[in-house]
Design a protein around this ligand. Sequence first.
Ligand code: FES
Ligand code: FES
Length: 175
Amino acid sequence: MDEREEYVGMRVNGEVKQVKVAAGEKLLETLRRYGYKSVKYGCGEGTCGACTVLVDGRPRLACLTFTRQVEGREITTVEGLGKFGALHPLQEAFLEEGAVQCGYCTPGMLLAAKALLDRVAEPSVEAIKRGLDGNKCRCTGYGAIIRAVQRAAAVMSGKAGVRGGWRGTRGDGGR
Ligand code: FES
Ligand code: FES
């Protein structure tokens, strides 16, 4: 092994990993090299949110995070969102509400939204806007994304079924 490389231990989507990293390598590059291709490279400088992953349940920009900084931590990517081949309610809701167009922002949005719903079961529109503030979308105008997060919140709190028949009641408010 090159002396400038080292191994870093972490859990990714519940799986223990020892990943080989070059000096100064960022988490975005490491995760993509190990096959977690849902983690997207957008700006590479912390402004778009496309590279958002969860580190111990909190959103973090993988393009700004050195892989060494997450030694021993739990990383969640979209590959770890669904269970047993089923989509996570947020993924279902994004599809139902048409919140996915080109899809480039979607993984980061989903993870930022998951972190929010893990903290607040039924966030207000304002809270959703704040929770997704670091994630930019060029396609949707944000309304469908906000409705999708509301829908997922309703499903996850047992107030609505996964498909059809649900309408956001608090307005999407744009962003
Ligand atoms: S790629 Fe990380 S914030 Fe844009
Ligand atoms: S769906 Fe295209 S950037 Fe959000």
